[in-house]
Design a protein around this ligand. Structure first.
Ligand SMILES: NC(=O)c1ccc[n+]([C@@H]2O[C@H](COP(=O)([O-])OP(=O)(O)OC[C@H]3O[C@@H](n4cnc5c(N)ncnc54)[C@H](OP(=O)(O)O)[C@@H]3O)[C@@H](O)[C@H]2O)c1
Length: 295
């Protein structure tokens, strides 16, 4: 059985959100979020948090990064309660702060080979937008939203630049960058999100080609909708039901909305990180949700 023992995984973008709405899996009828329950409070895990759990379950030491220290403490407590033999590390910082990024990279212990999962991005609440709805028509786009969407590509490049000297010294390095299915298929009201995801996905592909001969193996992860709290707002649900879904021929007024659990993505990433192969990219959606790979 393969595992990630003896590896440290840096996971940028680990977070939780309050449970604002319950979505159901279409086949099991179970809640589709990954429940993080600590001290009697329940939260939804995001993709970075679910990836951390899957990697820690596979034996890795995980090092989490996000801005909100209180959330990182809760995630640490949750993972350590599930896997008592693990010790979760974290650093609270803003990925847009290059000085802090440099300090992070210099402070990471060198006792184990380092891999990196980049899952930071814009979710509900990251930027102050009306009704937590990032799905806006072109006329409604604000400078703040545009800058926030594109900041992910800037800070991904900056962190990769800082990590490269260390990666080049390792026998092999693995990187998974979570872009989105939005990188390869567009929706109405998603122009800036599609543009930002397309940019990071193409950067990831170009970096993969440039770095694989140095044993730095990069994977582009393109999920469809994941139940991390982004879709809990009623305005977001209405936008998807009335505009986005209809554009793809789905009648969510009849079926309700459904999403993948973040564990589906986290477990996929852990599998890729320990594979004997180099998975170049992954497209994955909830069962029954838009398998439109660019079509
Ligand atoms: N959920 C989906 O349906 C879905 C589908 C496809 C792709 N994706 C992509 O997958 C990634 C993760 O999505 P998610 O749903 O798990 O979203 P999320 O909960 O919003 O995750 C974003 C994470 O990034 C952190 N972050 C944002 N800006 C940061 C910054 N400047 N510095 C440090 N940390 C920062 C946030 O934590 P703090 O606010 O504490 O910093 C949060 O933990 C995103 O890129 C998203 O676009 C999501």
């Amino acid at each position: 059985m393969k595992n990630l023992q003896g590896k440290r995984i840096l996971i940028t973008g680990a977070g939780i959100k309050p449970v604002g709405f319950l979505f159901k899996d279409i086949t099991t009828d179970q809640n589709s979020h990954t429940s993080v329950t600590v001290d009697g409070f329940e939260y939804k895990a995001n993709i970075g948090t679910a990836t951390a759990l899957a990697c820690a379950e596979a034996g890795a030491i995980v090092h989490l990064v996000a801005r909100t220290e209180a959330n990182l403490q809760i995630i640490k407590q949750w993972i350590e309660s599930k896997i008592p033999e693990t010790k979760v590390e974290y650093t609270a910082l803003d990925l847009n702060d290059k000085v802090a990024l440099r300090k992070l990279v210099d402070s990471l212990p060198t006792d184990l080979p380092l891999y990196w999962v980049q899952s930071a991005g814009l979710g509900g609440g990251t930027v102050k937008i009306k009704d937590d709805n990032p799905y806006l028509r072109i006329d409604q786009l604000t400078d703040e939203l545009i800058d926030a969407e594109f900041s992910t590509i800037n800070n991904t490049i900056a962190l990769l630049q800082f990590l490269l000297p260390r990666f080049r010294k390792q026998k092999e390095s693995r990187i998974c960058i979570v872009s989105s299915m939005s990188a390869i298929r567009s929706v109405i009201s998603g122009s800036i999100h599609m543009a930002a995801k397309g940019a990071i996905s193409r950067f990831t592909n170009a970096a993969m080609i440039e770095l694989h001969k140095e044993n730095i193996f990069i994977t582009d992860i393109r999920p469809g909708g994941v139940d991390t709290g982004l879709y809990d707002s009623s305005v977001v649900q209405e936008t998807i039901t009335k505009t986005i879904g209809k554009g793809y021929g789905y009648d969510y007024e009849k079926t309700g909305l459904f999403f993948m659990p973040p564990t589906a993505v986290g477990e996929m990433i852990a599998t890729i990180l320990m594979s004997d192969g180099h998975t170049t990219s992954v497209n994955m959606v909830a069962r029954g949700q838009w398998p439109h790979e660019g079509s």
